[in-house]
Design a protein around this ligand. Structure first.
Ligand SMILES: [Zn+2]
Length: 214
């Protein structure tokens, strides 16, 4: 696997320090698990964070700090949003990082295109789903007002930003107007994490907005 497209450094830094939404964190985890160079960078950032903690002045906790944390651990699980839970995708389609995730129903959203949402904590502001596209599918252009993180799991697609194959990471933000074309060699399976609202002219927005909260 030759990986050519990587997440921007600010996202990798967020992945290490922990402020990402769950969908975005999963997208980073999928890529980092496959990408040696990003694993090296994440390792370096973790060591940097560790030494910063070692050098920090000690902070004194409240006497009941441990029991407060344990109460939170014992509290009932947070409610989950999303469609009715259904069969997970075939394990052979999923990287290890996603195998314990919960999925909604797989839905056909256009000819040759299906999606399956991940069920995330209801507090999460981002959305995540798997997107299957038939070989050679040509997608309409789209823009959005948030971020869109795409990990290619199988197959490939190309747009004006380049060619994306297995392991590649595509980062889209407000400035992006993609018109992707799926490779003809096999179906394309992507993991997509999305935040913000899609503008109405796009293929992803029109395809998936009836099925997930955006
Ligand atoms: Zn990478």
């Amino acid at each position: 696997m030759t990986i050519k497209h990587h997440p921007p450094e600010h996202l990798l830094a967020g992945f290490v320090s922990g402020p990402l939404e769950e969908a975005d964190r999963l997208a980073l985890a999928v890529h980092v698990a496959q990408c040696r160079s990003c694993r090296r960078l994440v390792g370096a950032l973790e060591r940097l964070g560790g030494s910063a903690i070692e050098q920090a002045a000690p902070v004194f906790l409240r006497a009941d700090a441990l029991s407060v944390v344990l109460d939170k651990v014992d509290a009932k699980p947070i409610s989950m949003s999303g469609t009715t839970e259904s069969m997970p995708p075939a394990a052979s389609d999923l990287p290890d990082v996603l195998r314990n995730c919960r999925f909604g129903k797989k839905r056909r959203v256009a000819p040759g295109v299906s999606m399956q949402s991940l069920i995330l904590p209801s507090s999460d502001q981002s959305r995540a789903f798997l997107l299957w596209s038939a070989p050679g599918a040509k997608m309409l252009g789209h823009t959005h007002s948030g971020t869109e993180l795409t990990c290619v799991l199988k197959g490939s697609f190309a747009h004006e930003g380049g060619h994306y194959g297995p392991g590649d990471f595509d980062y889209g933000d407000d400035d992006v107007n993609h018109q992707p074309i799926v490779g003809t060699e096999e179906p394309c399976l992507c993991f997509v994490a999305m935040s913000g609202s899609l503008k109405g002219n796009g293929w992803i927005g029109r395809l998936v907005s009836p099925f997930i909260r955006l």
